[in-house]
Write a protein that binds this ligand. Sequence first.
Ligand code: AMP
Ligand code: GLY
Length: 431
Amino acid sequence: MKILVIGSGGREHALVWKIAQSKLCDKLFCAPGNAGIAQIAECVNIKADDIPGLLDFARKEKIDLTVVGPEVPLSLGIVDEFAKYKLKIFGPNKSAARMEASKVFSKELMAKYKVPTAEFKVFDNPDAAKKYIEKIGSPCVVKADGLAAGKGVVVAKTVDEAKKAVESIMQDKVFGAAGNKVIIEECLQGQEASILVITDSKEVIALASAQDHKRVFDNDQGPNTGGMGVYSPAPIVTEELFKEILDKVIYRTIDGLVKEGIDYRGVLYAGIMLTKDGPKTLEFNVRFGDPETQAILPRLKSDLLEIMLATTEQKLNRVRNLEWDSRVCVCVVAAAGGYPGNYEKNKEIFGLDEVAKMKDVVVFHAGTKSRIVNDVGQKQETEYLTSGGRVLGVTGLGKTIKEAINNTYAAVKEISFEGMHYRKDIGAKAS
Ligand code: AMP
Ligand code: GLY
């Protein structure tokens, strides 16, 4: 089969790496990909949000299955466009993708179907939003309705901070139309966990739990990032808690979507806060998590491509239980100097060859590019350069969390580029 993966981050490298292992995969493309992905798949220079370009390519190449990494093409309706040409594509359609593209839609669905979540109110008027903030006081959480590249949530410690967030979202329109509405919600306390399932609206298959580390510095300090590291499974999600999350969050949500006439096929990712009153849903994403995928897929023994095909055909009932490697997986993100603010680019990355020889370690590229050097002489060499904020996801397996942490950090220490920074405490909460 010919497969096309859309996206260019660490998540997509992990997807490409896993799909390439499938017996069903004969030819693998990635659009636009990165330097690590280019070692396994043929990268095509089409942007992830260029729906007509991707559609043309899939038609011309007769792609058997397209797998969508990021949320933007899903929210733009890539699945609906591909369906018009009977092209198979893994991911939810435009209507279903509102679970991530509109926080108002997803919160209202949660309220209607009694999915536990923070108390909230929706506003389309900034003055009314600010009045409400004064009434409930701080801390509180302000969320832009639409997609904001992970930056649309402000956990405000003071009333003033919350009001300023409303102003920048609704009046200064820092996220454009994504800020036409805001949600003001109760601030929850607890540890977070990511629960990802694959569903075809009839069946639900849960993936292993994971715990992301969103803050840039150790001990969860500093500004939020796209995710600085992750481990899977998350021992805080006990078997009992996992069942409770499936029952109260996942099944109720998917039942609700079905009742609303929405045909959801793909990954549904629930961000959960484990509060003292039980698990509560922070948000839904309609795609694989990044970096969760980098720590989940190395443990998955089953054929992911088979599962994805079954999902698109609404035949997930044919897939039996998933098989998992019992080892623990840790992924540490190596970020560029300055990230998550303005960051440096074009720094040469050293140590990748050494790490490639290490056992139980794999490096997923995110913001990287390559160039050929010494092409005048006989021997050509590839040089890797940084090109994004999150540069690499260094991933290691171990029998225990301690062993996985040691294996991963041993590899991280081999890698260097100017300005590189990473968290030193990934997995510490689980060990
Ligand atoms: P979201 O994009 O909704 O997951 O929000 C991003 C991050 O903001 C989450 O991972 C949490 O750390 C935090 N957050 C979101 N909603 C709340 C809430 N109601 N209470 C506390 N923290 C929250
Ligand atoms: N790990 C957070 C996300 O994928 O949105």
